[in-house]
Design a protein around this ligand. Structure first.
Ligand SMILES: [Zn+2]
Length: 477
């Protein structure tokens, strides 16, 4: 049984047209036959079912304005069809508000809930409704980006109106949201975001400001409160490191029983006091500090991506101590498979969050011929996932004991414009992940110095790929 706590089965078919009647359903696999695989379906509902995924947590998401402009997204929206581009142009011209787009996105997904005997899914409103024997895919919802709740088209107007939109989702008759990531890849009014967009260029992707805003704090409080309806968890993905630190402090004093969600993460592999910074400079044009990193070595021949969008060791501990859940992304870049590009950091946060340079770490010698062979690359990518699992265990075990093994899950981010690891390029390939992890996790554990008895391997892998997420959702949602 596989569970994916973060994937976007409706995204690519949603942007294909402005009108629901013209959109392809979410079971459709889009294949453009381009070199650029990023645009092909990665987690259509058919692919999820084919990959033996029993439960998926799916974000509702209004396409941010800055994305609508991007050629790449326009390509994804239907390639040669000029008519389809109109939808994105209208988003760009602010003819659609974000809340409206989020509702349309949800309706698009739900309209695929039952279109044939073999194309059905069940929408769950509580973790306890999950049935591992159900013949159908089961789906829970969440939201990606606080911008979805803006009250004035694509802009933030009044705090109370934004909060009212959030509270709507806490009503007993509304659909249930598992968690909300309060910010995303472009500027939002809730908090500073962590830089995460290197493919597209725009200043809207550059982090600004300093941590949580008043709106952000109020939003978090209302989401976590249990006196105004059911709790919606806060997902720390996309928050800047300073915003995360401020959130941890707020949670510890006001909502100490609320687990922290981190839904589609990678790790930096280091402490936030010892980032592998090679050099930095202020870039006037970008209005940001530009930080160049060394690669951060992991176990065997793997690396981490040290961008602050990924979790530092202190983040890992904080999440584990809160009884939270870390979902690991299957994005190559996030998992550290490539050389890290430069990161942009908000000038107002730069000093608080310490980007002191360090000496170059000892890097692995990679044998080029091995990393050219497609089969070798596949397993090398898989080893990056193993490296992440083991790093969480290594950092977490001294703090929470063996419970740490129950706090790791998969949040692939498929169809979130990612370039997935070659071992698992789409949800249909999930079914091979069990075997791959059973083979590689114990081998890597030896190098990592993590105790993993041969008799426990299969059980631990089952937990990570599915059971942990189910138990977490049953306990908390
Ligand atoms: Zn995301």
């Amino acid at each position: 049984m596989y569970v994916d706590i973060h994937c976007h089965p409706q995204f690519k078919t949603f942007i294909g047209s402005e009108h629901q009647a013209e959109r392809k359903n979410c079971w459709t696999n889009l294949n453009y036959d381009l070199d650029f695989k990023i645009l092909d379906s990665q987690s259509s509902l058919s692919q999820l079912v084919n990959g033996q995924v029993k439960l998926a947590v799916v974000p509702l998401y209004a396409l941010e304005n800055v994305f609508a402009k991007a050629k790449l997204i326009q390509l994804a929206a239907g390639l040669s069809y000029n008519a389809k581009k109109r939808f994105l142009q209208k988003i760009e011209r602010e003819e659609y508000g974000y809340f409206e787009l989020m509702q349309a996105d949800m309706n698009h997904l739900l309209s695929s809930a039952n279109i044939a005997a073999d194309k059905q899914f069940t929408l769950l409103r509580a973790g306890s409704q999950f049935d591992s024997n159900s013949p159908h895919l089961q789906i829970m919802l969440c939201a990606e980006g606080g911008h979805n709740f803006y009250d004035y088209g694509q802009r933030f107007g009044q705090t109370q109106k934004v909060i009212d939109r959030l509270l709507y989702f806490k009503l007993p008759q509304s659909v249930r949201l598992v968690y909300i990531t309060i910010t995303h890849l472009s500027h939002s009014e809730y908090c500073t975001h962590a830089f995460g967009m290197k493919m597209l260029k725009s200043n809207a992707f550059n982090p600004q400001g300093r941590g949580l805003s008043n709106l952000g704090k109020r939003f978090i409080r209302e989401a976590l409160s249990t006196t105004n309806g059911k709790r919606i968890l806060i997902d720390v993905k996309h928050m800047s490191v300073l915003a995360r630190q401020q959130f941890y402090a707020l949670r510890a004093t006001e909502f100490p029983d609320a687990p922290i969600m981190a839904s589609h993460m990678g790790l930096t592999g280091c402490s936030w006091q010892r980032k592998p910074v090679c050099k930095y400079k202020y870039d006037k044009k970008e209005a940001c500090y530009e930080v160049t990193y060394y690669r951060q070595p992991g176990v065997l021949d793997t690396y981490f991506n040290p961008w602050s969008i990924n979790l530092y060791d202190e983040d890992i501990v904080e999440i584990l101590l809160s009884n939270g859940l870390i979902g690991l992304s299957l994005d190559q870049r996030i998992l550290g498979c490539g050389t890290p590009a430069k990161e942009l950091v908000s000038p107002d946060e730069f000093k608080d969050t310490d980007f002191t340079t360090i000496a170059e770490p000892r890097l692995h010698q990679l044998r080029v011929e091995d990393y050219d062979d497609p089969e070798e690359v596949k397993t090398w990518h898989l080893r990056h996932l193993c490296n992440h699992i083991l790093h969480i265990v290594k950092v977490g075990q001294p703090k929470v004991g063996n419970r740490v093994w129950k706090q790791i899950a998969i949040g692939s981010d498929f169809d979130g414009l990612i370039d997935p690891i070659n071992y698992t390029t789409h949800a249909g390939a999930f079914k091979f992940l069990f075997g791959g992890l059973v083979e590689w996790l114990p081998r890597m554990a030896m190098y990592a110095g993590v105790d993993l008895a041969p008799a426990d391997v299969q059980q631990v892998v089952k937990q990570v790929i599915g059971e942990n997420a189910v138990e977490f959702l049953k306990r908390n949602i």
